[in-house]
Design a protein around this ligand. Structure first.
Ligand code: MV4
Length: 522
């Protein structure tokens, strides 16, 4: 049996029975990866910062190591401390999850140099595909269409020269940071007047966020959809593209709702997207899990935007429509196994899946993070519902990290029933002690355009602007709950001596009454 490749000589595969995976992450994704380790019978190591000492992921691992103070730079982002934790526990491989060090080529290289397998693509491939202009180059060379745009803009260009570059690209245009991803350092410019100040602002923002201030220009495609293609590549040259994910529902470049398949993607477009994904991945020698982002316009033309060289937050929707465990496959690929999935299974959706990200944010305060202690928690369950959560009652949601605490993912045979199922699941969620954006998710799910699948990347920002700050906290669903509680209280206190003597066919049974009272007492 092949096992993890020897890190000291990447070309040699050796038998190694001492496989142990360190999960260099926290929250729901650490929990997700640790579950995969458990199912594969692979021992695991968790790492935690000071504020995560009692976190769920810590107790899900076989061992756990303190990697430092709460600020990420001193713990989850500290390469030296993570590598020391691996050495101390005898870990042989590192799964980076998403965020933190997941797309850091230096980290991937350092793992390799320390004799550890990095569960992801090679450092060189992370470097090529992690830079947006280098990734665009690779796409052009592989014959994959990209949005019209420029190279990185030299900072020696005059205003007039920048204006000429912009005229070639055409307005409206997007100023994008070469480094980073996820929408930071991006700026839409409608006309020549906004160009030079926009470039200055984008450079400064990118410099602060990524330590690299280079920017370039792209034509801004309006009324397009954000469609992405998951791939897995093994170390024997096989690349498998999966059915697309639709990720157009974003707020300030933060994804909110994702689904698979996309209502806009026909079988022909799906096949073309898959072909483009394979061509580009093959050209750069891509291995392990990755995702290619595309824009799809209303004429069914698609354009490659960028690649994420890691597992993504929204990977569960793909898992639910294909029945493939992507995290298990990441581990199996890293230990040299061949992909044995069939194209029919991964390329054609079975039913429909939707994911809603549950953020600890206050939608009535401009979606400000709302950290704090979770006093009580009732999680959704039942048919077709998966809740990938990183928290539990009693846990203090830290101020130091991303505010996403859970992902509710549903599967149903068709999109309409998946939406209904999601509304049911979200209304089961009860999170006490902190504020979450669940009311805003329920509002989006109730929009006619969403139900009809008539939306593009501009939908959520437009719909939020149309609400003009109207409160989310007085939604009908919640009013119904309040009315129910009031009615139950009224009934209980007004029945007096009549309790138990009434007609039990119409009133609550003693069991139900007892249950309700028990609930009210909490
Ligand atoms: C674009 C685009 C339109 N034209 N690029 C946003 C996240 C990043 N990974 C890519 N993104 C976009 N790139 C060009 N040339 C539209 C988006 C986009 C978007 C833009 C504004 C508001 C919401 C959006 C949601 C998804 C994608």
């Amino acid at each position: 049996m092949t096992w993890f490749r020897s890190a000291r000589d990447p070309r040699v595969e050796r038998l190694d029975s001492h496989v142990k995976i360190l999960v260099a992450n926290r929250g729901e994704i650490a929990v997700r990866i640790l579950r995969a380790c458990r199912e594969l019978g692979v021992p695991s190591v968790a790492v935690y910062s000071e504020c995560d000492r009692t976190a769920l992921h810590v107790r899900q691992a076989d061992e756990a190591v303190d990697v430092g103070p709460s600020p990420a730079a001193e713990s989850y982002l500290n390469i030296g401390r993570i590598l020391t934790a691996a050495e101390q526990t005898g870990a042989t491989a590192i799964h980076p999850g998403y965020g933190f060090l997941a797309e850091n080529a230096t980290f991937a290289r350092d793992c390799r140099q320390s004799g550890l397998v990095f569960i992801g693509p090679d450092a060189d491939v992370i470097e090529t595909m992690g830079g947006k202009t280098t990734a665009r180059h690779a796409a052009i060379e592989a014959g994959v269409p990209v949005v019209p745009g420029t190279e990185a803009l030299p900072d020696t260009l005059s205003g007039a020269e920048l204006g000429a570059c912009a005229d070639d690209v055409g307005y409206p245009l997007f100023i994008k940071a070469v480094a980073g991803g996820g929408g930071r350092g991006m700026r839409r410019v409608a006309s020549r007047a906004g160009l030079v100040p926009g470039i200055a602002a984008a450079r400064s923002e990118a410099g602060t966020a990524f330590g690299e201030s280079a920017v370039y220009l792209e034509r801004f495609l309006e009324n397009a959809r954000h469609i992405e293609v998951q791939v897995l590549g093994d170390q024997h040259g096989t690349i498998m593209p999966f059915v697309e994910r639709e990720c157009s529902i974003q707020r300030r470049h933060q994804k909110v709702i994702e689904e698979s398949p996309s209502v806009a993607v026909t079988p022909d477009v799906r096949a073309a997207l898959a072909g483009a994904a394979v061509d580009l991945c093959a050209a750069v020698g891509y291995t392990n899990a990755g995702t290619l982002e595309f824009l799809l316009d209303s004429e069914n033309q698609f354009y490659f935007l960028e690649m994420n060289t890691r597992l993504q937050v929204e990977h569960p929707v793909t898992e639910l429509v294909t029945g493939v465990d992507l995290v298990q496959w990441q581990i199996r690929i890293a230990r040299g196994e061949r992909l044995t999935l069939d194209m029919e299974r991964v390329g054609v959706p079975d039913g429909h899946a939707i994911e809603c990200r549950v953020y600890a944010e206050d939608p009535d305060a401009g979606f400000m993070p709302s950290p704090g202690r979770i006093s009580s928690l009732r999680r959704p369950s039942g048919p077709g519902v998966r809740d990938d959560s990183g928290v539990e009652a009693g846990f203090e949601v830290p101020v130091f990290y991303d505010s996403m605490i859970s992902k509710v993912v549903v599967w149903a045979p068709d999109r309409a029933s998946a939406i209904e199922r999601m509304r049911r699941a979200l209304s089961e969620y009860e999170i006490g002690g902190i504020t979450t954006a669940i009311p805003a998710l329920l509002w989006v799910l109730g929009q006619e355009e969403f139900a009809d699948g008539r939306f593009d990347t501009g939908f959520l920002d437009r719909a939020l602007a149309d609400r003009a700050g109207e409160s989310f906290s007085a939604l009908p669903a919640e009013e119904t709950d309040l009315a129910f509680i009031a009615a139950a209280l009224f009934r209980y206190f007004s029945e007096g001596d009549q309790r138990g003597k009434g007609d039990d066919d119409t009133g609550p049974t003693p069991w139900r009454r007892a249950g309700r009272l028990e609930g009210l007492r909490r």
